[in-house]
Write a protein that binds this ligand. Sequence first.
Ligand code: TYM
Length: 327
Amino acid sequence: MKRVFSGVQPTGNIHLGNYLGALRQFVELQEEYQCLYCIVDLHAITVPQDPKELRKHILDVAALYLAVGVDPKKSIVFVQSDVPGHSELGWILTCSSYTGELSRMTQFKAKSQNKASAPAGLFTYPVLMAADILLYDTDVVPVGTDQKQHIELCRDLAIRVNNTRKKTFVVPEGRYLKAGARIMSLDDPSKKMSKSAENIHSRISLLDEPSKIKKSIMKATTDSEGIIRFDKDEKPGLSNLINIYSALSDKTIDEIIAMYEGKGYGDFKKDLVEITVDALTPIKEKFDEIRSSQELIDILEDGAEKANEIAEKTMARVKDNFGLGLK
Ligand code: TYM
């Protein structure tokens, strides 16, 4: 069975972009693949974290995985730092990476911009991500397109090691959805929707109350033309909302445009509020049920055990091919 790996950082405010770009794919893929879904806490500490908040967010993301439909009977759900292989392989791959290629990563550039100095972990972050993926002989990585450059680096590292040593790694492919691969910020459609943006109305978090969802959508930046049509360059705000509508309703963009011919942005936004609330309400209900249960901890412990079993086999092969240790 082919393998899928993906991860989400436990940094709070999991939003519609995370859901439509990544989490929705997680659910779909578990029917056909052996899936590993990780809460990447080691990635989260590349920027300062409050220890209590971090623990809380780890459990929040785990509960959200289950609430959106990840089934622990089919998929392995676990916390990254519970599997030592991630850090170990991260270091080994760091030694096969070049500072030049890491300094070209747009996410590193954006996060280190205007800082007198940046943590080294922020710089080597994509190498740890490559380790996550390669540790499980992953074939497919479902992510949003903001991760494309990191996936390319992961492929380059795998190919580089395979070409210079014995074949060691499976070379993975990224998987990006058509609608949802890049959801933009509601207040500034030139930026991607993000967990860390200051304005809470720039995003819809999966656990937002209906009144907050309504406010964020009704306030979303559009334009003054008043005609509902899809044009990412001329009408980036409205096009982003049409994209969200399409991803949540499974209607095509053309169908949506035909439905709103002669109607205004107000009607369109009101319907989008309803569709979004309908999609997120069951997720929030399930989240509340799972979040405080002992079952969640049991699932993560069981997941870590299963992930470790796979990781240990890969690490034995890697160490052998690199000549590390005694056997
Ligand atoms: P993170 O935690 O920032 O985001 C989790 C997932 O959500 C996707 N995403 C989006 N998709 C569409 N529109 C958006 N506005 C949007 N914002 C985020 C991301 O592409 C991602 O799929 N580096 C990763 C975490 C990671 C990982 C991995 C992913 C670590 N190791 C190994 C896959 C495989 C990250 O920061 O995701």
